[in-house]
Design a binder for this molecule. Sequence first.
Ligand code: ETK
Ligand code: ZN
Length: 257
Amino acid sequence: GENASHSPEKDREHWDSDYPDCGGTMQSPINIDTARTIFSPDLRPIQLSGYSLPANERLVLKNNGHTVVLELPESLAITGGYAQQYRAAQLHLHWGSWLEPGSEHTVNGRRFAAEIHVVHYNTKYDSFNEAMVRPDGLAVLGAFLEVGPSENPYYHEILEHLHKIQGVGQEVLVPGFNIAGLLPANLKLYFHYNGSLTTPPCYQTVKWTIFNQTMLLSHDQMSLLVRSLRTDDSDLLQNNFRPVQNLHGRQVLASFQ
Ligand SMILES: NS(=O)(=O)c1c(F)c(F)c(SCCc2ccc(C(=O)O)cc2)c(F)c1NC1CCCCCCC1
Ligand SMILES: [Zn+2]
């Protein structure tokens, strides 16, 4: 498929020629119309375990040409809020440019500055690749990033290394830290729906959780995010978000009223 992070809008609509699922009816991201979400009191708080990593643990941070990916040990797990247990695989970000916001999901048509995705797979499968093609195979935790008054120390753990991986394919080892700090403190308030990967192969195997509380980064941190990485020698890696997809009748649940 095309270079997902960089191809002009028009190219994105032709993923389905190479990847049929990209033209499916349960695609992500979506716009969340809060007037049409269904309050579901049985949605329990998301519980994370093993997210606090010691500094002597080293994680691979990579510019893969489409986003920045932090590879995660399988010891991180979602142990509450989903019917089954899910194990972490990686986390990555979606962003815009100096001028434009770049979250993938939108809320009431509002696009946020950026969005983090922490990708997990169901522990009942032996590997990510096996889980990736199963309806209950993947769980992605998403949160919106906005500009706030002060520096975010957890996002600093990733952003401070971006200048070392400006080129596609470059990677660097970063010390462990509390990965939970990249997500909201309040894991009770979230939207939940069935969707897909937002890049080819667009498998429709993701149970999405989008938190209501947003993460705040300083202006300088957001600027670092949008101006550090390159897709090739000349182009900045920016606007790596997929357009919102049709709900096709899907319901979006909310854990709060
Ligand atoms: N929002 S998302 O979760 O769908 C998503 C994106 F939108 C993404 F844009 C990406 S990055 C694009 C896919 C890709 C490209 C190159 C490499 C590599 O060279 O290692 C790896 C992956 C990306 F990596 C992910 N997450 C991936 C989905 C792609 C295949 C499985 C790997 C884990 C999750
Ligand atoms: Zn993503």
